[in-house]
Design a protein around this ligand. Sequence first.
Ligand code: IMP
Length: 436
Amino acid sequence: MQTNIAVLGAQWGDEGKGKIVDMLTPHFSTVARYQGGHNAGHTVYVDGKKFVLHLIPSGILHPGVTCIIGNGVVVDPEALFKEVDELGRLGVTVDGRLLVSEKAHVILPYHRELDVLSEARRGERKIGTTSRGIGPAYEDKIGRRGIRVCDLLGDREALATEVRENVSARNRMIKDSTLDWQPVFQQLLAHGERMKPWVADVSLVLHQTMSAGKSVMFEGAQATLLDIDHGTYPFVTSSNASVGGICTGLGVPPKAIGGVLGVAKAYTTRVGEGPLPTELSGELAERLRETGQEYGASTGRPRRCGWYDAVVVRYSARINGMDAIALTKLDVLDGLPEVRLCVGYKTSAGVVTEFPADLRLLVDAEPVYETMPGWSTPTKGATRIEELPAQARRYITRLEEVSGVSCGVISTGSDRNETIVAPESPVARWTASPVR
Ligand code: IMP
């Protein structure tokens, strides 16, 4: 029996999940996304060519792999078609391999506008969203007025009523707005026609896949600290990016998840607003940003950079039941005279070692750091632990101790091959099975 595993972000996103998913995909028959939308951006390099995928799982680059967009995802049909067309130009066909849940909610054209408006209304308290309409689409879903993929293919009268009601609600929200519902309705019908071949009962397909003994990878987008419930609320995305989102976002039972791999960078980054306790400024931040190419894959925004925060990763490990860490971008730290690990925060309420719910505790918090010597021999491109300089190995060992989880994968460069898989780790077990 194969193990189905979850690969998800352990920090604030952009941990390099794309590469890890891509590397593990040959061992799985299916890759399924369970939340988020085209706010995500997975950058993958294959033979030196750069691919950025936003909505479709990066497994699509592997022939024969089925890629699923679950009901927990919010789908912007235009973004989906754009990605399918781009893949087509690169010679990757999706037909027969891409499935979109009939229950997934649709991002409507004006959700984007509402996203921007809501940010403007928040002023200085803005979230720093990706302006993709993600939040407003989930608001409509939870408000029970959302439009699902199956609605585009069902009763036209019912869809017309829903769209009319939605557009008038939107018109009431935006001053002096008189958007006509009919063009929106016509566009949705056309979108439904194009999506039709991909639409499926995703829960049933996954059940059949797993019953046939084939293994599935559940691919998270964003990350645990951006989770609507467990992240740094309100500076979060509007879905459950942590492990719980898998069951609700795909219609699979908890027992289906046999392993959890949390992806964490060897330092920390974040885009958008909200607390980042280990944030650096000045030369060091600039050094990490430039060496790590820390610019948003979706929006191009410069990412905020800081030291590795073990309080955050230990928290993620608890929330997700992480079996192992995939530690990425270790090579970005190459050449630094010293490296630091955050093991607690000095706050107005004393030293805190568990991630707090009340963000006010973090406002003036000072990280408690352990400082270790850096390494001058590069780790870049290493494929075995023994190839790493002793100082880098000591850093990883200490990072594992303070995070409470071991590294199953260490990534030492952006290419698929620049990777160490720790022997005897759960990851070595998951990848021991023959390539699909
Ligand atoms: P939204 O998901 O566009 O509503 O944005 C909410 C927050 O999540 C903002 O801080 C975004 O920068 C952040 N966010 C959304 N998607 C990603 C991602 O894929 N990587 C990193 N941050 C993200």
